[in-house]
Design a protein around this ligand. Structure first.
Ligand SMILES: [Zn+2]
Length: 365
């Protein structure tokens, strides 16, 4: 596949398995998906899925806006890793186009389903209000179900199907890509971004697309029957004619190192700016504060005890001052523990969550 002479031959990442093209002369030769330095030319034994993109959804937000979104996303981390504070996300920001398949399916099939029509039932309820019974009219919507069978011949257009493993999950996490923004593919749109090549064939992708095609066919039957609902849609021996198109969609990627020096990759939707990725609070940054508060607490505690003992000998009622000192010491103790607890809680919570989303307001560009 040649996009233009300004790209490398296909490279494979030995860590994450991405197959990609990098712009010639790109300073950064790491993988834009996992940021490991393990890219090798694709050998003849390795399978590269054929297919040239016919459509592209160009980047709609610039790097500065992507960084602003990343900043908002990472602001939610208590004790952000030092690298983020130092601007690592900006230095490592990369632009990549990811492939996705779109399928148009000409479909001919026999189907059966139950279609539902709403109707209203009026009943009367008695309420006891202020010492008297009152009759109230209650309207209730019910559904009348009717079995139907038929033959259909239709065309379902632009059903997305993953060209990369795990793509649908990423797409959900990044709020999807608006395919209405799709334009015919032209190398000028690439603008030096890396390009991931499809890893799934159209046959593999069809497994994911077929349920969506069926859903669309079911919707068509519902509309044709002017029904309010449809259930138990099934088809028998459907015949398909497929037309596959490959489309490129834009993402920014970058990463920071967490306390364990693990690379945590963050993704930004190149159209909507939605950010996703692992947020890890830094225990390393929480510890100094914990130590300072802990030290003050210990010192205050020790002084208070000595003071209380001395005052007990000299003037016993004044020993209460020592008790007050002890309370202050306990306060500092709690303040010492809380940053550590906050980091542990935050990291546990984010580790258990499947999807994180920032709620960002739309901004002008
Ligand atoms: Zn990789």
């Amino acid at each position: 596949m040649t996009f233009s002479s300004s790209y490398s031959p296909p490279l494979v990442c030995e860590v994450c398995g991405s197959i990609l093209l990098l712009p010639n002369g790109a300073g950064d030769r790491t993988c834009p998906n996992c940021f490991r330095d393990a890219l090798d030319p694709v050998t003849q034994g390795e399978q590269v899925v054929q297919g040239t993109p016919e459509g592209i959804v160009p980047f709609a937000i610039g790097p500065d806006e992507a960084l602003r979104r990343l900043d908002t996303f990472t602001q939610a981390i208590p004790f952000r890793p030092k690298e983020i504070e130092e601007g690592a996300l900006r230095q490592r920001l990369r632009q990549t186009y990811l492939p996705v398949w779109l399928v148009d399916a000409d479909l001919e099939t026999i189907w059966k389903a139950e279609v539902g029509y709403h109707y209203q039932v009026v009943s009367h309820k008695e309420d006891y209000v202020s010492g008297a019974w009152r009759t109230r009219e209650v309207k209730e919507t019910r559904t009348r179900w009717e079995p139907r069978v038929g033959r259909m011949q239709t065309r379902i257009d632009n059903v997305p199907a993953p060209a990369l493993d795990g793509f649908m999950q990423l797409m959900r996490q990044l709020d999807g890509f608006d395919l209405k923004r799709m334009q015919p593919f032209a190398p000028e749109h690439l603008n030096g971004a890396a390009i991931r090549l499809a890893a799934r064939t159209t046959q593999d992708a069809w497994v994911d697309a077929e349920p969506r095609v069926q859903e669309a066919a079911s919707g068509e039957v519902q509309r044709a029957a002017t029904a309010d609902e449809i259930r138990d849609f099934a088809w028998a021996q459907p015949q398909f004619q497929h037309n596959w198109t490959q489309v490129l969609v834009p993402v920014y990627t970058t990463y920071y190192l967490d306390d364990d020096d693990e690379k945590q990759v963050l993704f930004v939707n190149g159209v909507t700016g939605t950010v996703n990725g692992d947020r890890r609070a830094s225990m390393r940054r929480a510890q100094p504060r914990a130590l300072i508060f802990g030290g003050i607490g210990l010192a205050a505690g020790a002084i208070s005890i000595v003071l209380a003992l001395v005052l007990l000998l000299v003037f016993p009622p004044a020993a209460l001052v020592g008790l007050a000192g002890l309370a202050v010491a306990v306060g500092f103790g709690v303040a010492a523990i809380s940053p550590v607890v906050r980091v542990m809680q935050f990291n546990n919570r984010t580790q258990n969550a499947q999807v994180w989303k920032t709620t960002l307001t739309k901004t002008s560009q």
